[in-house]
Design a protein around this ligand. Structure first.
Ligand code: ADP
Length: 649
C-alpha cells in the first residue's frame, strides 16, 4: 500500500491508501453481480456489528473496563433523508487503526486465490461464486457510492478513533478522529439513483425483520409516530427494538420458522446461499448443551486447506466464546457450520482447556452422531427431494466425509454406510452405489465386495484387472479419488463382507469359479512354467514374481501387488505427496490365452525386449509411469519393424 497524499490542514494527517488488488476486483464485480439482491448489505453490516458485540462481551470477561460503563450491547440503524445517508452503528469491540487498514483494505481469507481463478466473467455464475466467497462489509458499495467508517477500539482513549472513507474505487483514506463512544459507526452515502426506498423506516424495518431477526443483540431504530397535524409519520426520540433480540438457538423449535433458521445460517456460516439442511437439539445428560448445526449447500473455497476456519461457534450460556472451535467437530466434518451453546463449561474456557475437556469430548461425540444421523436420514429418505439433497451433499462433501472412515473409529460403520461409489454397474462417474446396495446385488455365490483403485476414473474403468469380473458379470466398485486408498486401507469389511482389491494378491473368486475352471487354470500354470520363469529371469529386479493368471481375457498381462504390499496406485500417490512408499515389487501376471503371450513362447533373439514391453505396457495400463519411456518407445518401434519385416538400423 502506498501513501499518496496527506492533508496538511488538519492536525492528524489524512492518508490515502490503495486497496489490495483483490479488493478492487471484488468490489467491481460485486456491485454489478449482486445488485439484484441489494438489500443484503444491511444483513452483512448487522452481522458484522453483532460479531463485534460478541467479541467485546468475550474480551470483557477478563477485563470489565472494556465496557466503559456501558454493558448494554446494541446495534442501531438510522437514516437521514436529506443527506441521503444510512448509518449502522454498534457499541461492540471497534477497531484500531491497524485493524481498520487490514480488515477493510485487504482480504485475508484462505481460498482467495482459488476464488479469483474461478471467476468466469459471466455475471450470473460469478454472482453465485461471490456469494459463496462472502462479501461482508464490501457489500455496502452495492447501494452506496461513498462509505464512511468511524470506529474506536474498546479500551482506547477517545482520541484514538479512526475515520476511514472510500468511494469503492481504487483507494480509501484514513485519519485519526475523536470518537467518544467505543464501537463502529458505518455511514452509507446512498447512490443517486434507485435507493430512495431505503430512506424509509418501514422499509428498513422490514429488511431487518426479514434478514436479521435472529440477531441476539437488540437492533434499535427511532420510533415513528403518526402526527395528525403534519398528516405524516414523524420520527420521535424514543428507541424501539426491531428484532426479537434473543439467541435463536435458545428458542423453542416450534417458535422458529424455516426462514429464520435459514437467515441465521447465513449469519453464522458467512454464506449467501441457503443451507442444505440443519439439526437443532437441546441435549441433556452427562453434559448439557444446545446444538444448531447446518450442512451448507456448497463446499467453501478453502475446504482443502487444513488450516481453514472451522465452522462452529462456541457459546457458553449465550455468551460468545470463540469462532472456529475446531475441537467441537472432527476434521472430517469440518464443513458443518453452526452453534454449540454449553451450559457446563466455565466462561473463561480457552482453546487449551478445550483440548483436554471431557465435556468437549462428549459434545464432539454428540455433535458427530447428530450430523451422521442427519445425513443417514437424508440418504435413506423415501422422499425424492431428500434423496436429491443427499446426492448434492455427496457431490460437495463426499470426499471429506470419506476421511472419517480412518479418523473416527467409533462411527466407522455408520460412515461406511454413507459412502457412495462409482461402479461397473453403470460404468459412469456418478457416485451412487452404497455398500449396502452392492451387497444386495451380489451374486448368490459371491462372498466379497470387489473394488479397483486407480488414479483416474478411466484408468479404473478400463483396468485389465476387471476383465474376468466383467466376463462373469460381477460388479466392481471403481475408486479413483486419492482418498479412496485411505478409505479401503481402513475399511476391511462392511456388514460382514470383506472388501477386496481386484489388483492385489492371487485372484481367488471362491465359489464364483467351478471345478472345470480351476482345473484348466492348474493346467495352464504347468504349461507356462517355463515361460514365466524365463520372463522372471529377464525382468530380474523389476518383479517379485511372474505367474499365469485367469483374471485377464483381453489383455496380455497386468501387474498386481502382493497381498500385504502397497498397491501400485497407493505407491504413486505417496510418491506424489513426497512420501516414501515402502519398497515393494509388483507381480507380473500373464494371460495364457493371449496371442502375444503365446508368441513369446517361440521368441528367441528379442525375448528380453518382448518381456520388457510386456511389463511396461502392464504398468501403463494401470496408470503407472515408465522409468525410462524413451527406451520403451525404441523397443516398441523395433518390434513393430520386426513384424513388418523391416529393420530399424
Ligand atoms: P468477514 O466478516 O467475513 O470477516 P468483512 O469484510 O465483513 O468480512 O469484515 C472484515 C473484518 O472487519 C471482520 O472480520 C471484522 O474483524 C472487521 N469488522 C467489520 N465490521 C466491523 C464492526 N462493525 N466492528 C468491528 N469490526 C468489524
Amino acid at each position: 500500500m502506498n501513501t499518496e497524499t496527506a492533508n496538511p490542514s488538519t492536525q492528524s494527517p489524512r492518508e490515502t491508501l490503495g486497496f489490495q488488488t483483490e479488493v478492487k476486483q471484488l468490489l467491481q464485480l460485486m456491485i454489478h453481480s449482486l445488485y439484484s439482491n441489494r438489500e443484503i448489505f444491511l444483513r452483512e453490516l448487522i452481522s458484522n456489528a453483532s460479531d463485534a458485540c460478541d467479541k467485546l462481551r468475550f474480551e470483557a470477561l477478563n477485563n470489565d473496563g472494556l465496557f466503559e460503563g456501558d454493558a448494554e450491547l446494541k446495534i442501531r440503524v438510522a437514516f437521514d433523508k436529506d443527506a441521503r445517508t444510512l448509518t449502522i452503528s454498534d457499541n461492540g469491540v471497534g477497531m484500531s487503526r491497524d485493524e481498520v487498514i487490514s480488515n477493510l483494505g485487504t482480504i485475508a481469507k484462505s481460498g482467495t486465490r482459488e476464488f479469483f481463478s474461478k471467476l468466469s466473467g459471466d455475471q450470473k455464475k460469478d454472482a453465485s461464486l461471490i456469494g459463496q466467497f462472502g462479501v461482508g462489509f464490501y457489500s455496502s458499495f452495492i447501494v452506496a457510492d461513498k462509505v464512511t467508517v468511524l470506529t474506536r477500539r474498546a479500551g482506547l482513549p477517545a482520541s484514538d478513533g479512526v475515520r476511514w472513507e472510500s468511494e469503492g474505487a481504487g483507494d480509501f483514506t484514513i485519519e485519526a478522529s475523536e470518537k467518544a463512544a467505543r464501537g463502529t459507526e458505518i455511514t452509507l452515502h446512498l447512490r443517486a439513483e434507485g435507493q430512495d426506498d431505503l430512506l424509509a423506516s418501514y422499509k428498513l424495518r422490514s429488511i431487518i425483520r426479514k434478514y436479521s431477526d435472529h440477531i441476539m443483540q437488540p437492533i434499535v431504530m427511532k420510533k415513528e409516530e403518526w402526527n395528525a397535524e403534519a398528516k405524516a409519520q414523524v420520527m420521535t426520540d424514543e428507541d424501539e427494538t426491531v428484532n426479537q433480540a434473543s439467541a435463536l438457538w435458545a428458542r423453542n423449535k416450534s417458535d422458529i420458522t424455516p426462514e429464520q433458521y435459514i437467515e441465521f445460517y447465513k449469519h453464522v456460516g458467512h454464506d449467501f446461499e441457503d443451507p442444505l439442511t440443519w439439526t437443532h437439539a437441546r441435549m441433556e445428560g452427562k453434559s448439557e448443551y444446545t446444538q444448531l448445526l447446518y450442512i451448507p449447500s456448497r463446499a467453501p473455497f478453502d475446504m482443502w486447506d487444513r488450516n481453514a476456519r472451522h465452522g462452529i461457534k462456541l457459546y457458553v450460556r449465550r455468551v460468545f466464546i470463540m469462532d472456529d472451535a475446531e475441537q467441537l467437530m472432527p476434521t472430517y466434518l469440518r464443513f458443518v457450520r453452526g452453534v454449540v451453546d454449553s451450559a457446563d463449561l466455565p466462561l473463561n474456557v480457552s482453546r487449551e482447556i478445550l483440548q483436554e475437556s471431557k465435556d468437549i469430548e462428549s459434545i464432539r461425540n454428540g455433535c458427530s452422531k447428530k450430523v451422521l444421523g442427519m445425513l443417514a436420514d437424508l440418504a435413506s429418505s423415501e422422499e425424492a427431494s431428500e434423496q436429491e439433497k443427499y446426492t448434492k451433499f455427496w457431490a460437495e462433501f463426499g470426499r471429506v466425509l470419506k476421511e472419517g472412515v480412518g479418523e473416527d473409529f467409533a462411527n466407522k460403520e455408520k460412515i461406511a454406510s454413507l459412502l457412495r461409489f462409482a461402479s461397473t454397474l453403470t460404468d459412469t462417474t456418478d457416485e451412487t452405489v452404497s455398500l449396502a446396495a452392492y451387497i444386495a446385488r451380489m451374486k448368490p455365490e459371491q462372498e466379497k465386495i470387489y473394488f479397483v483403485t486407480a488414479e483416474t476414473f478411466n484408468a479404473a474403468k478400463n483396468s485389465p484387472h476387471l476383465e474376468v469380473f466383467r466376463k462373469k458379470g460381477i460388479e466392481v466398485l471403481l475408486l479413483s479419488d486419492r482418498v479412496d486408498e485411505w478409505v479401503v486401507s481402513n475399511l476391511s469389511e462392511f456388514d460382514g463382507k470383506a472388501l477386496v482389491s481386484v489388483a492385489k494378491g492371487g485372484l481367488d473368486l471362491g465359489k464364483l469359479e467351478d471345478e472345470a475352471e480351476k482345473q484348466a487354470q492348474e493346467k495352464d500354470a504347468g504349461d507356462f512354467k517355463e515361460l514365466t520363469e524365463k520372463i522372471a529371469k529377464s525382468l530380474g529386479e523389476r518383479v517379485k514374481e511372474v505367474r499365469v493368471t485367469h483374471r485377464l481375457t483381453d489383455s496380455p498381462a497386468c501387474l498386481v501387488a502382493d497381498e500385504h504390499d502397497v498397491s501400485g496406485n497407493l505407491a504413486r500417490i505417496l510418491k506424489a505427496a513426497g512420501q516414501n512408499a515402502p519398497a515393494s515389487k509388483p507381480i507380473l501376471e500373464i494371460n495364457p490365452h493371449h496371442p502375444v503371450v503365446l508368441r513369446m513362447k517361440a521368441e528367441e533373439s528379442r525375448f528380453d525386449d518382448w518381456a520388457a514391453v510386456l511389463f511396461d505396457q502392464a504398468l501403463l495400463a494401470e496408470g503407472g509411469h515408465l522409468d525410462d519411456p524413451a527406451t520403451f518407445v525404441k523397443r516398441m518401434n523395433q518390434l513393430m519393424l520386426d513384424m513388418s519385416g523391416a529393420s530399424a538400423s
